[in-house]
Design a protein around this ligand. Structure first.
Ligand SMILES: Nc1ncnc2c1ncn2[C@@H]1O[C@H](COP(=O)(O)OP(=O)(O)OP(=O)(O)O)[C@@H](O)[C@H]1O
Ligand SMILES: [Mg+2]
Length: 284
């Protein structure tokens, strides 16, 4: 399964920066190469007239830029310095992973990137928005429109079916009711749950529940999908299925995904790995 994912990643590589730990490679001109989508299978199908028209995305312009970010928390009369100067960029259609020991600050950073929290120092630019300067209401608004979250524990409503869970997130994002049905169907099909749409979470396996959570997180068409240890509670086969779904989402929905993981096998399919040690990145 992972071998198949690696192959899939290689196929997608012209559309995304390659290498599990390297930066985007400069082109022959010395400039950063413009990662156009010509070679992506989805676009090939589009050129052949077999797929719906998709917008062209310039993958050389960062979707998100984090500069000099620090975050500390007041603890026991002092300050606990968790993030000590983080710099990173996420590019369109990239699968980026954060790795590091427990307590190194991965979730803290993910919360900042997703606009759930604010840094004490530094800048976070998401598209044209400056998160470090936005008030709570503005960040909440941007988050609802543009960002999707997936958590380790799935975070599904237990009494609602897969379909209703996905529909609920569209309702909360303020998407017109007329769009719900086709989009819910599309998202559940994309994650391979066409035959499980009316099951409730307790009638689904762990991997299926996580795939409902993914459908729920992408239903409102965010440009950035954040996932905190999305495979931690899954066995290796179900974890590989989730990664395969992530690759499909990048290709067909044109989203950027940033996730945390401890699993070295999962990291092999990343376009970019950021390693965090004691609140800073190493090797990046
Ligand atoms: N709101 C908070 N108040 C005080 N300390 C906090 C707060 N949030 C996080 N921390 C501390 O910051 C450190 C980093 O936490 P974080 O959850 O980001 O780690 P992590 O890398 O995600 O770890 P794990 O792999 O276990 O999920 C921890 O020591 C944690 O106790
Ligand atoms: Mg964490």
């Amino acid at each position: 399964m992972v071998r198949w994912l690696r192959k899939k990643k290689q196929q997608a590589e012209p559309a995304a920066p390659s290498g599990t730990s390297g930066e985007k490679k400069p082109g022959p001109s010395g400039q950063e190469e413009l990662h156009t989508l010509e070679a992506a299978p989805a676009l090939q199908a589009q050129l052949a007239g077999t797929a719906p028209q998709l917008p062209v995305i310039d993958t050389s312009v960062p979707l998100l830029t984090v500069s000099g970010v620090e975050r500390s928390f007041p603890v026991g009369g002092g300050q606990l310095h968790v993030l000590k100067g983080i710099d990173m960029s996420l590019y369109p259609m990239q699968l980026a992973m954060l790795k590091g020991r427990s307590g190194s600050g991965k979730t803290t950073l993910l919360n900042l990137i997703g606009g759930l929290d604010q840094p004490n120092k530094g800048e976070i630019r998401f598209k044209e928005h400056l998160f470090h300067q936005c008030g709570d209401n503005e960040r909440t608004y941007i988050r609802r429109k543009e960002i999707g979250f997936i958590f380790q524990s799935f975070a599904l409503m237990p009494l609602l079916s897969a379909w209703e869970n996905v529909e609920l997130s569209m309702r909360m994002a303020g998407i017109p009711r007329s769009q719900w049905k086709p989009r819910v169907t599309h998202c559940l099909e994309l994650v391979g749950l066409a035959k499980r749409m009316h099951h409730r979470p307790f009638e689904l396996s762990g991997g299926e529940q996580q795939r409902v959570a993914i459908a729920k997180a992408i239903a409102h068409k965010p440009s950035l999908l954040l996932a905190d240890e999305p495979t931690a509670e899954l066995d290796s086969q179900m974890g590989a299925q989730v990664m395969s779904v992530f690759r499909d989402i990048i290709e067909t929905e044109r989203m950027t995904i940033c996730m945390t993981t401890h699993d070295p096998t999962i990291m092999e399919v990343a376009d970019r790995v950021f390693e965090m040690v004691d609140g800073k990145f190493v090797n990046s």
